[in-house]
Design a protein around this ligand. Structure first.
Ligand SMILES: NC(=O)c1ccc[n+]([C@@H]2O[C@H](COP(=O)([O-])OP(=O)(O)OC[C@H]3O[C@@H](n4cnc5c(N)ncnc54)[C@H](OP(=O)(O)O)[C@@H]3O)[C@@H](O)[C@H]2O)c1
Length: 333
């Protein structure tokens, strides 16, 4: 079987032939059809160091068919079309993950591979209305977006929601969930073309964050500001989000694409009685609720481009350049 190995910070990703995995105990062996990229794969490649030289198989998202099972898993599972919940060992507290929490794909071997073995507790039926490529786009970013919007920001219909950097995989899920829940959605992007695409998906208006006057335009278009702001960029522009939040507003951040936040106005924070939430991934219950939401409303993820597994470096480069609108998918079989 083929697998994409991360061998160390900034070293080329290597596709290697390795011995096919064998499931043990409650594990299932999944023949992967598709995997999806997340910014996390890029962070891992660019930032992480490895303890040994063997390498780690990257990838948090995958879809495929169960081909074999360990002795504690039912053989009836064989042949099931499935997706994987990459939120491993969350722990018992829904508020925050426990000490053993991990995200599939580092340090555990992930989905950029012909096969994966994983405990059956992380495996769920593929949504019926989605093909394998679309299904691979669901788990990590869908889960993160769901927890951010519903568990943390507690969206109510008709509320005004601003989503930053809408071209990203996770941000687009927030857009689709918020539109489906009848939020009034506004977006930012560094690309006018992506703003047009976001409007086609239901955004009321969009603002280019490279335009020095985008904040004033956002105040005007939204009639004063936003109840909820979902941000995955951080960085210096975060201070603008504090200004754009309505009194009593909720801001949720789950990413650092634009770096650390160094310049928050403390006075605005307390005077407007704002709530700022950090969030990461989500619980098993949230994963199930997210799947229900996607299935009941027949939501289809936005797929940017599909690359064959061998073209992994081209796929990662597309993400690094920020050219994508939606999920970048790998075709495995
Ligand atoms: N904590 C978690 O559990 C979790 C889960 C998922 C993702 N994340 C984090 O969330 C971020 C997005 O992840 P992803 O997988 O969706 O990545 P992605 O598909 O690569 O999206 C990144 C997006 O960031 C936007 N961006 C870049 N610079 C920006 C800026 N200065 N201001 C606003 N937006 C900017 C871009 O949007 P435009 O192209 O529209 O400009 C780009 O599309 C990453 O930092 C990732 O690590 C965290």
């Amino acid at each position: 079987m083929r697998a994409v190995f991360f061998k160390g910070k900034d070293q080329p990703l290597v596709i290697q032939q390795i011995k096919k995995f064998k499931p043990v105990k409650d594990q299932v062996l999944i023949r992967l059809h598709n995997a999806a990229l997340n910014h996390r794969d890029l962070w891992t490649w660019r930032e992480q160091t490895l303890p040994g030289s063997e390498g780690i198989i990257l990838g948090s998202d995958g879809s495929g068919i169960i081909e074999d099972v360990g002795e504690e898993a039912d053989t009836l599972l064989i042949g099931s079309e499935v997706i994987i919940n990459p939120s491993l060992d969350w722990g018992s507290n829904s508020v925050v993950q426990g000490n053993t929490f991990r995200i599939l794909g580092f340090p555990d071997n992930g989905t950029f591979s012909d096969y994966i073995v994983i405990s059956k507790k992380y495996v769920f039926e593929k949504p019926e209305h989605l093909n394998f490529a679309e299904s691979a786009a669901v788990p990590l970013s869908g889960l993160t977006a769901y927890r951010a919007l519903f568990s943390k920001a507690r969206l109510r219909s008709k509320e005004k929601v601003l989503i930053t950097g809408v071209g990203g995989g996770a941000a687009l899920w927030v857009l689709q969930f918020a539109v489906a829940y009848h939020g009034r959605v506004y977006v930012t992007s560094g690309s006018d073309e992506k703003l047009i695409k976001a409007k086609a998906l239901g955004a009321i208006a969009g603002f280019n964050y490279k335009d020095t006057e985008w904040q004033q335009k956002a105040v005007k278009e939204s009639g004063g500001g936003f109840d909820i702001i979902i941000d995955s960029a951080g960085g210096d522009q975060f201070s603008k989000l504090i200004e754009l939040a309505l009194p009593g507003g909720r801001i949720v951040n789950f990413g650092r694409t634009a770096g650390n936040i160094t310049n928050i106005s403390t006075r605005l924070l307390y005077w407007k009685q704002l709530s700022i939430h950090g969030t990461t991934m989500g619980t098993r219950d949230e994963f199930l609720s997210m799947l229900d939401f996607v299935e009941n409303r027949k939501i289809k993820p936005v797929v940017d481009q599909i690359f064959p597994l061998e073209k992994i470096e081209d796929a990662v480069k597309r993400m690094e350049q920020g050219d994508q609108f939606g999920k970048i998918i790998l075709q495995i079989s």
